[in-house]
Design a protein around this ligand. Structure first.
Ligand SMILES: Cc1cc2nc3c(=O)[nH]c(=O)nc-3n(C[C@H](O)[C@H](O)[C@H](O)COP(=O)(O)OP(=O)(O)OC[C@H]3O[C@@H](n4cnc5c(N)ncnc54)[C@H](O)[C@@H]3O)c2cc1C
Length: 475
């Protein structure tokens, strides 16, 4: 299985020494936090050092400055998806249909929370001095290759309208308006939303950890929590007693985390071009640093970085046994697949070099929508199940969870994604290999549709497979 384990072979000798991830390449990491080597007590203990754990710690200390909060991370801060992602800070959640009221609309208060999320996050980043290349340029979701994508784009817009969002939130761009923003090979129109910002993910996670530490949170790295029970858990060389416990392990939930097999890891990742010249950018657009996706089934996500590279993200694979992806570098096969997506969208990139290729795991819950869960009896909570849309959501969910943990009564605690029940009630995935077979079948159907479209255009066969894909991956 070459494509599972072979590192990509597109780097120059100099770059080979660098990180496979652009985000960590040349970034000076802070001194590592010590591992936990004793028995400690705390008011609040958080397991997982990604955005969810860190935002929860941040808002806890903002609400209760004197509270004793500890954060335990199995590897290093940002080891999981938070240090690897595509840097779309989005004012939306995956699976919004699950949160509608009896009229099929998302409650107005929930829409307001989502629509203001990006600006509220920006405000906190400014207040706390977290420099992470934040740019609020919105997002273009484009029909950019086959005409069937136009229908999917229009259905997506109709979906947001049915949920109650207005034209200010999601509106249509004609092919000409799309081209004025991003010059794809085959513009068919697009949905534009202002509710997305670009960030540099590793700078965000490091900056946030720095702020959280300066607020007095005790952080322990290279410390794996296990046997997590109400009020107590073990670590490799220590123990933690805490009245309240938060599980923030998301797509990296393995044996020892109560979320193991309830939130499973699915891979995605990205490739990056070398820095592009102004002339090249005038050929492809992104003048307002918009984030960009097309309606490819590969679930693409692109951003223009602060150092003028194009980052192209797309779906990855499913590791045997449902394991999370701990290594950073991705395989040559996957890297070339993502490069091909970039070239199909932007033939202008033909002679451009690609410098990095990496991936990571997103967390997928069995019911396919994210959650904030708090159980006031066991005093345990969690947030996640983001299905690859957690950069912005973790800010919202971290604040929500902190409110629930401190017993605060607020609008956030009444949002439809909040569940007051035991973590153990979160549905388990079927045993392996069933999830793996399901993901493989879905990937095969997506590949077959792509192949048919490329070879025969919008044929009957492509439409039939497209229908099947729609059932597997509904809007
Ligand atoms: C390649 C990629 C691209 C993505 N792009 C985007 C994007 O553009 N926009 C977006 O919104 N979302 C994106 N996502 C998803 C987003 O990054 C995640 O939803 C978000 O980072 C989840 O944060 P988290 O803190 O919940 O989990 P994570 O960041 O995964 O953190 C979980 C942490 O828990 C630790 N841990 C696990 N078990 C234990 C244990 N037993 N003890 C102690 N620590 C433990 C892990 O080491 C890990 O550091 C992407 C994800 C990936 C992988």
């Amino acid at each position: 299985m070459r494509w599972l384990d072979t590192p990509i072979d597109i780097l120059t000798d100099k770059q080979r020494l660098a990180s496979p991830s652009l985000w960590w390449d040349g970034l000076s990491r802070p001194e590592p936090e010590p591992p936990l080597e004793t028995a400690i007590t705390a008011d609040y203990a958080i397991v997982g050092g990604g955005y969810t754990g860190l935002w929860t710690a941040y808002f806890l200390k903002k609400k209760l400055p004197d509270a004793d909060v500890v954060l335990i991370e199995a590897q290093n801060i940002g080891h999981g998806a938070s240090g690897r992602n595509g840097g779309w800070l989005m004012g939306t959640l995956e699976g919004l249909s699950a949160f509608t009221d009896t009229n099929g609309k998302l409650p107005a208060a929930a829409r307001a929370q989502l629509n203001t999320l990006v600006s509220r996050a920006e405000q906190v980043l400014i207040e706390e001095g977290i420099e992470c290349d934040f740019h609020h340029g919105g997002c273009v979701l484009a029909a950019a290759r086959h005409s069937s994508q136009v229908i999917r784009a229009q259905e997506t817009l109709a979906h947001f309208q049915r949920l109650g969002f207005t034209d200010d939130d999601y509106h249509w761009l004609t092919p000409e308006e799309l081209t004025a923003r991003v010059k794809v090979a085959n513009p068919g129109g697009a949905v534009f939303t202002p509710h997305v910002a670009r960030v540099q993910p590793a700078k965000l996670v490091i900056g946030l950890a720095h702020v959280v530490k300066s607020l007095g949170v005790r952080i322990f790295e290279h410390t794996r929590a296990s046997n997590i029970a109400p009020g107590f858990f073990d670590c490799d060389r220590g123990t933690v007693n805490a009245e309240h416990i938060v599980i923030a392990t998301e797509g990296y939930s393995e044996a020892g985390s109560p979320l193991h097999r309830r939130v499973i890891p699915v891979q995605t990742g990205m490739v990056v071009t070398e820095p592009l010249s102004d002339i090249r950018w005038s050929e492809i657009g992104f003048h307002d640093n918009e984030t960009f996706a097309d309606f490819n089934r590969a679930a693409t996500y692109l951003q223009r970085t602060a150092d003028h590279r194009l980052v192209i993200g797309a779906r990855g694979n499913y590791l045997p046994g449902g394991r999370p992806k701990h290594t950073l570098g991705d395989t040559a096969f996957i890297g070339q697949y993502r490069q091909q997506i970039a070239l199909d969208l932007f033939p202008q990139l033909e002679s451009v070099g690609f410098t990095h290729n990496w991936g990571g795991s997103v967390g997928v819950p069995r019911n396919w929508h994210p959650h904030v869960i708090y159980d006031r009896f066991s005093k345990m909570g969690t947030a996640g199940g983001y299905i690859g849309e957690g950069v912005g959501a973790s800010f919202l969910f971290g604040e929500t969870l902190a409110g629930l943990l401190t017993g605060e009564s607020s609008e956030l605690g009444e949002m439809p994604w909040v569940q007051r029940r035991a973590l153990g009630e979160l549905r388990r995935w079927e045993p392996e290999p069933f999830p793996q077979l399901g993901f493989k079948a879905t990937t095969l159907a997506f590949g077959a549709e792509e192949w048919l479209l490329n070879r025969y255009g919008e044929s009957l066969a492509a439409r039939a497979v497209g229908w099947l894909c729609d059932q597997l991956d509904p809007i």
